[in-house]
Structure formats: structure tokens, C-alpha cells
Design a protein around this ligand. Structure first.
Ligand code: SF4
Ligand code: SF4
Length: 215
């Protein structure tokens, strides 16, 4: 990592506990800076990310992804936009803040600095839309959250409330096309929000109390 950030790798060396000579030896390299880095953040990963960002400022990052030992907690993910339905199962399973939903806008965003390459998002994705990209990115891009995928919201055909994405509704309609509960005109309930769908079911039951028994 030091090399990828443009520093002499000899700045960090491991020494044996019993090696008093190495322990007491004077530094051979001049300090990078006289200004100490204040790290009040309680999270270890956040503190380490700040150290890496500072080393990047003081060095000359190569701007590329470099290989790390197998299982190292550095890397990105690739999201297949054509496959992603913005179900956010990956966000629910991500143990760090690396993956986030878009709030009011249907979107999925990613911050590489927080990704520990655990692979839980890849395993949770029902669409197989996620691929892990292991390696340390020696660039400020790892500190920038970016949008992996976003879509227009699908608005309830009854009340206009946005309740899902266009692709999610299309997928559900396709999967439930032959379900008896949504047969005939009832299929339009899949284009309604939860509240309007329940109201529509009740209206049908009032008109035809035996309707549900026929399903
Ligand atoms: S990447 Fe997969 S799990 Fe994440 S929102 Fe898209 S479809 Fe859902
Ligand atoms: S690999 Fe792990 S940490 Fe990285 S985005 Fe996926 S779930 Fe989050």
C-alpha cells in the first residue's frame, strides 16, 4: 500500500520483540511531515482510512488498483445495472456503511473506503448482479461515494405515491403473471401501493363476497 501511494516501503518494517538493536536504531528516512494527524474517530476503519488519505496527500498515488493478499479487506464491487432491481438486499446485508440506498430516490451507492470485501452483498443479491473486485485502489476515488445504479420511481396508479422502482414492478408482474390471486383485472393491483391494493381487495369483496373463495 505504501508503494502504491508513492512512498518508500521501508517506512514500515516489522521487528522482533526481542530485537533490541532494531528497536533502538535511529530512523534512516526523514519524516514525511511535522504536523501530527489527530484521529479522534472511535472506528478503527475510519481512522485507518484517514491515515491512508493523509499518506496519499503526502505521496504520489499511482491511481490504479493493486493486488493484495487473498482475503485482504480492500476492494470494490461491480454492479450490473441491467440486472439490478434495486431491491436493496445487498444494503441490508452489508456490515459496513459501504452500500447505501438512495433515500427518497431509488438508487444504490457505494463507498470503496468502507468495503471490507466480505462478499455478503454478492451472496445476498437475488439477481447475481454483484461481482467483487479485490485490491487496494491507490486513488482518491476510493474516498468518493458513487451511484452504482438508479432508476425512476414507480408511482401507484391509484394515489400517485412512489412505492417501488419501474424494474421491480415489471419483474413482479412477470413472476406473478399466472398467479390466481392476480388473475384478470386484479393484475393492476401490482401497480398499486400497499394501501391502495388492500382497499381494492376490499372493494372487490364488497361487490362479490365470494370472490376470494374462488381463488
Ligand atoms: S445489486 Fe442486487 S441486491 Fe443490490 S439492489 Fe441490486 S438487485 Fe438488489
Ligand atoms: S463486500 Fe461486504 S463490505 Fe463490501 S459492499 Fe459487499 S457487503 Fe459491504
Amino acid at each position: 500500500m505504501l508503494g502504491a501511494l508513492g512512498h518508500d516501503r521501508a517506512r514500515v518494517t516489522l521487528i522482533e520483540v526481542a530485537d533490541a538493536e532494531a528497536r533502538d536504531a535511529l530512523p534512516t528516512l526523514t519524516p514525511l511531515t511535522e504536523t501530527p494527524l489527530n484521529l479522534p474517530e472511535p472506528e478503527k476503519r475510519t481512522r485507518f482510512n484517514r491515515v491512508l488519505a493523509r499518506l496519499a496527500e503526502l505521496g504520489s498515488p499511482i491511481g490504479e488498483r493493486v493486488a493484495m493478499p487473498l482475503g485482504a479487506a480492500y476492494g470494490a464491487i461491480q454492479v450490473d445495472s441491467d440486472a439490478c432491481t434495486l431491491c436493496h438486499a445487498c444494503v441490508s446485508n452489508c456490515p459496513t456503511p459501504a452500500l447505501k440506498s438512495g433515500g427518497k430516490t431509488p438508487a444504490l451507492s457505494f463507498l470503496e473506503a468502507d468495503c471490507v470485501q466480505c462478499g455478503l452483498c454478492e451472496q445476498a443479491c437475488p439477481e447475481n448482479a454483484i461481482t467483487l473486485m479485490p485490491g487496494f485502489l491507490a486513488s482518491s476515488a476510493r474516498e468518493t461515494r458513487h451511484i452504482c445504479h438508479e432508476e425512476a420511481a414507480f408511482e401507484c396508479i391509484n394515489c400517485g405515491k412512489p412505492f417501488a422502482t419501474v424494474s421491480t414492478v415489471a419483474t413482479i408482474k412477470q413472476k406473478l403473471a399466472n398467479h390466481p390471486y392476480f388473475a384478470g383485472e386484479a393484475m393492476i393491483r401490482l401497480e398499486m401501493c400497499e394501501d391502495c391494493r388492500v382497499k381494492d381487495v376490499w372493494k372487490t369483496m364488497i361487490r362479490d363476497p365470494d370472490a376470494q373463495l374462488k381463488v
